[in-house]
Write a protein that binds this ligand. Structure first.
Ligand code: PLP
Length: 397
């Protein structure tokens, strides 16, 4: 049996999601911009999906923009908010962190470069987390400047699972903006938080203006996603074309994919309201505790941080994670080294280095991430395989 302990990389499309999508490939195909019946049906399905995603995030349906995934949502948020400042030659300052996904980090670097080349007026501050991978609100507050226009801090880190105090940071940013009579927009990459924890854009996250979600991390299809854009936020589009998505994202909508994303959002909401989170947290706690007691020299990165209850970033002193991952793969277990996007390139994780680890410590770390579908039997089997694989790697050194 194959055991998937790499759910932060991607999750399978649930059967209910596939069932919902299927008709929209063939018999119910239609372009939502068409005025005839099949177009109107496609439009109806699209708007139902928008309501489902808005319901998961507790926002208004018209605040949801469908995208091709987390990467596009992040790029749309950062470039969409900051490009108009570049265009107007107005100074702008972005605060983000060293531990963001590359979708945010590289978008920030690209804006910084464009700003330098064009006007020199776009600055970026990259905040360092503490040793547990969490941004300190005091550091955040100290970084705010009168020309800060955007903040982008992720909700849950994809590698460690550490949850950032986004609600608190957003409030600090808004208080600062009010005192200085300016405006600061707050974005959070919630790709690894959505569907794992409750998100409330009219409660805890009421000061968040933009929030990214990805379909394939919540048991929906790959290549789908959404960006929440709070009413009143000015956003320049990344693509030029038709007036789709209220002029915020040109291009004929991926109707089957969006229907799948909507169904996945509904199922996530049901799961969060039920017994699922408690069950997964218990399974994860058992897995983590058993690994720590069975593997000498093992510790959990970001152990003291609040974390999403499916992720264990395990450091095993004295080993290199790469051969261990290969061995685990041969024994039927999928896990990962750093983030999925950099796996294959044996480069120390920027997240772990950002937390102050040495390259050797980062390279001795691997990520296990459980899914809603992980069973107790799979965990039992993984707990037989993983410590034995570590012991075997240690004997051949
Ligand atoms: N942000 C985070 C935190 C992620 O973990 C990922 C994917 O791993 C992304 C963004 C990119 O999402 P997508 O794969 O949908 O482009």
């Amino acid at each position: 049996m194959r055991i998937d302990l790499d759910a932060n990389a991607t999750t399978p499309v649930l059967p209910e999601v596939l069932d919902a999508m299927r008709p929209f490939f063939c018999e119910r195909h239609g372009n939502p911009s068409s005025a005839h019946q099949s177009g109107r049906q496609a439009r109806g399905a699209l708007e139902m999906a928008r309501i489902a995603v808005a319901s998961l995030l507790r926002c208004e349906a018209k605040e949801i923009v469908f995208t091709s995934g987390g990467t596009e949502s992040d790029n749309l948020a950062l470039c969409g908010v900051l490009q108009p400042f570049l265009d107007r030659h107005e100074p702008a300052h972005l605060i983000t962190t060293d531990i963001e996904h590359h979708a945010v980090l590289f978008a920030a670097q690209s804006l910084e470069k464009r700003g330098r080349e064009a006007t020199g007026l776009l600055e970026v501050t990259y905040l360092r987390p503490n040793a547990d991978g969490v941004i300190d609100p005091a550091d955040f507050e100290a970084a705010l400047r009168p020309h800060t226009r955007l903040v982008s801090v992720m909700l849950a880190n994809n590698e460690t699972g550490a949850i950032q105090p986004v609600g608190k940071l957003a409030r600090i940013a808004k208080d600062y903006a009010e005192k200085n009579s300016t405006s600061i927009f707050v974005h959070t990459d919630a790709v690894q938080g959505a569907g794992k924890m409750q998100l409330d854009l009219s409660g805890e996250f009421k000061n968040v203006d933009l929030l990214s979600v990805s379909g394939h991390k919540i048991y929906g299809p790959q290549g789908t996603g959404a960006l929440f854009v709070r009413k009143g936020v000015e956003l320049a589009p990344l693509f030029h074309g038709g007036p789709h998505e209220r002029q915020r994202r040109a291009g004929t909508e991926n109707v089957p994919g969006i229907v799948g994303l909507g169904r996945a959002a509904q199922l996530a909401q049901e799961w969060l309201a039920g017994d699922g989170p408690r069950h997964l947290a218990a399974l994860h706690a058992r897995f983590e505790a058993a690994l720590l007691s069975a593997i000498p020299g093992a510790s959990v990165n970001a152990a003291s941080a609040p974390r999403v209850s499916n992720t264990t970033n395990l450091r095993i002193d004295g080993i290199n994670a790469e051969p261990l991952l290969i061995s685990l793969d041969l024994h039927g277990i999928a896990a990962s080294f750093g983030s999925a996007c950099t796996s294959g390139a044996a480069e120390a994780s920027h997240v772990l280095l950002g937390m102050g680890m040495t390259p050797a410590q980062a390279n001795a770390s691997l990520r296990f991430s459980l899914s809603r579908l992980t069973t107790g039997e799979e965990i039992d089997r993984a707990l037989e395989i993983i410590p034995a694989a570590v012991a075997q790697i240690r004997t051949v050194r």
